[in-house]
Design a protein around this ligand. Structure first.
Ligand SMILES: Nc1ccn([C@@H]2O[C@H](COP(=O)(O)O)[C@@H](O)[C@H]2O)c(=O)n1
Ligand SMILES: C[C@@]1(CO)OP(=O)(O)OP(=O)(O)OC[C@H]1O
Length: 160
């Protein structure tokens, strides 16, 4: 039994915040803002996983009106989501992630993101792909106002 899920998220860039994407802190003049640490990629992975098991979205599980999630470490949120996936008896086939950002260059950090996401989803990094694209300076991402990401995951029912 296979289940597919997809996620999409956007966070605004602002001065005075660290830039955390895929669990990795990236040196940059701006960072993403949110109720949590605003790790747009880990949020998107979590949403894709929740989608695959038909369990709603991260806003449902971690409301941005709840002080408990203020400045939350998104890795902890994803760990919780992954526990729900495991409770339903699934494991990861693969995840394919796209970061949509004009700047900064993600390429130097892609390997570390891949390893961190693999660690959080208890799988081998070969099952995780992370890529990045600009929008050729078009739209909010192109103007450097925010960063978006898209993720597709495929889960399969554990046989052991
Ligand atoms: N923030 C980004 C955006 C892109 N890259 C890498 O550059 C390649 C070319 O980007 P295009 O938008 O012109 O397709 C892309 O394939 C990525 O490898 C990046 O590292 N960081
Ligand atoms: C993660 C949560 C919770 O802290 O807040 P944000 O960091 O604002 O992120 P978002 O993707 O807008 O929605 C999910 C949230 O409820």
């Amino acid at each position: 039994m296979f289940r597919i899920g997809q996620g999409f998220d956007v966070h605004k860039l602002t001065e005075g915040r660290p830039l955390i994407i895929g669990g990795i802190t990236i040196p940059y003049e701006k960072g993403l803002i949110g109720h949590s640490d605003a790790d747009v990629l880990l949020h998107t992975v979590a949403d894709a996983c929740l989608g695959a098991i038909g369990a709603g979205d991260i806003g449902k599980h971690f409301p941005d009106t709840d002080e408990a999630f203020k400045d939350a470490d998104s890795a902890k949120l994803l760990e919780h989501v992954w526990k729900l996936v495991k409770e339903q008896g699934y494991e990861l086939c693969n995840a394919d992630c796209t970061i949509i950002a004009q700047k900064p260059k993600m390429a130097p950090y892609i390997g570390a993101m891949r390893e961190r996401i693999a660690e959080l989803l208890e799988t081998d990094p070969s099952r995780i792909n992370v890529k990045a694209t600009t929008t050729e300076k078009l739209g909010f991402a192109g103007r450097g106002e925010g960063i978006a990401s898209q993720v597709a995951v495929l889960l399969q029912k554990r046989t052991r």
